[in-house]
Design a protein around this ligand. Structure first.
Ligand SMILES: [Zn+2]
Length: 90
């Protein structure tokens, strides 16, 4: 069995082609950079930054997000994300 670095994984030729294209488009030099950039973009669509602890809070509904780090429930009101249930502070 060949041991690989834990953060490496096999890409199919088609996937590698996509990565190469994105590399050019995004002006990045490595596959890892592309993956990280894509991940950041993707996570921004499904999460917000928790106003209480700064971790990612998963958007569970259009106007609601839950932080799994501090267990805050954050709701969207007037285009602003608000932590409606504050955890015990300090
Ligand atoms: Zn939090």
């Amino acid at each position: 069995m060949i041991e690989r670095a834990p953060n490496q994984f096999e890409l199919s030729p088609e996937e590698q082609e996509m990565i190469d294209l994105l590399k050019k488009e995004m002006g990045l030099s490595s596959t890892e950079d592309v993956m990280q950039a894509l991940m950041r973009q993707a996570v921004q669509r499904v999460s917000i930054t928790c106003p209480n602890c700064g971790h990612y809070a998963h958007i569970t509904k259009e106007d609601k997000a839950e932080c799994s780090s501090c267990l805050s429930i954050i709701t969207l009101s007037e285009d602003l994300w608000d932590a409606s249930r504050l955890p015990k502070l300090k």
